[in-house]
Design a protein around this ligand. Structure first.
Ligand SMILES: [Zn+2]
Length: 331
């Protein structure tokens, strides 16, 4: 690939300059040694971190992942040669040896103890979030994932997306604090019949406050029934049912939150061609199913996969849902 060829010649240039630098007096401080439209080659100074380099050269410490991913490192030593990519080098995530996958995880309810497959113990959830942090995963927003499927955004190599379905109140008590602590975001997919329906459900005020704090709310139908077209359902009947399930929630979101979502999670992940067409007609730009695999940049945006995380999963089983690369020989 041209990016890889570019890197090789850059590294050679950098090495040649490094040799020159060795011949100079010890007091000489190497700084930027090479600059092009796409890359800077530099040497880390005393006290530099990947973040400080990102801040100095890219104007944003949040872009540290670009330096980490490009150089395959997570820290730098003084005097170490570092290549700073000035712009995305692979927005598609496709490389000579395979392509990037982005796992999207689905959670439901969380409680003090596990109950059934879909109520996870708070302790287990915390352990999983700490696992992501400790293993260098970056929790990205659903918006960034959608941009990626439109080839508009390169993502960190170890990106993962978190989602919570249905709208359980327990999110506030058990998920929110640890997500905040780790600086993670998550998207909540709520079905509108459940919002404010009893003390176990999030209400509109909760959702409004969460959305304001960077936890976006997505659609999940009105009733949580299977939205696929029934056998024998006429065009008119199907269209009327989709008006209720796909359009009415948007109007309600608009009224109660001041903003309608553009993303939807299919109840039970169930979808077919007729439903995907309706979802598109009603203006949704991304839709989510349930299937245990990560997403390449070329996944159809109305059929993005999500991996359900069950309460009884061990941390090893959890880790298996986090594949971020599909090896493939492109010949
Ligand atoms: Zn659901």
């Amino acid at each position: 690939m041209s990016g890889a060829r570019g890197l090789r010649s850059l590294v050679l240039t950098g090495a040649a300059l490094a040799l020159t630098a060795c011949a100079l007096p010890a007091a000489w401080q190497p700084r930027e040694v090479f600059k092009s439209d796409d890359f800077i080659v530099t040497f880390a100074r005393e006290g530099d971190t990947v973040q400080s380099l990102a801040d100095r050269f890219l104007g944003d410490p949040g872009k540290a992942w670009m330096i980490e991913d490009y150089n395959g490192l997570s820290r730098v030593a003084p005097g170490q040669e570092v290549v700073i990519p000035k712009k995305p080098w692979s927005p598609s995530g496709v490389y000579a040896n395979g392509y990037q996958l982005v796992p999207v995880l689905v959670y439901h309810n969380i409680g003090p103890q596990a109950k059934g497959r879909l109520v996870m113990a708070a302790r287990t959830f915390k352990q999983q979030m700490r696992y992501l942090k400790a293993h260098g995963y970056r929790v990205i927003s659903l918006d960034d994932l959608v941009d990626y499927t439109e080839l508009n955004r390169q993502l960190p190599r170890r990106s993962v997306v978190l989602t919570f379905d249905d709208g359980y109140k327990s999110f506030l008590q058990y998920a929110y604090p640890i997500l905040k602590e780790l600086g993670f975001t998550a998207t909540l997919f709520v079905y509108t019949d459940y919002v404010g329906n009893g003390r176990n459900a999030l209400n509109w005020d909760d959702l409004k406050s969460l959305a304001k704090q960077g936890f976006p709310i997505g659609a999940h139908s009105k009733t949580h029934n299977d939205l696929r077209r029934h056998s024998g359902e006429s065009d008119e009947e199907f269209a009327r049912r989709m008006q209720v399930e796909l359009a009415e929630p948007l109007a309600l979101f608009e009224r109660r939150l001041g903003q309608a979502p553009q993303v939807i999670a299919y109840p039970y992940g169930a979808h077919d061609d007729a439903l995907v067409k309706k979802v598109r007609e009603h203006g949704y730009i991304a839709a989510f199913s349930v299937r245990r695999e990560g997403n390449a940049s070329f996944v159809p945006p109305l059929r993005i996969h999500r991996s359900q995380i069950y309460s009884e999963m061990t941390i090893e089983e959890f880790a298996k849902s986090l594949d971020v690369f599909q090896k493939e020989a492109f010949q």
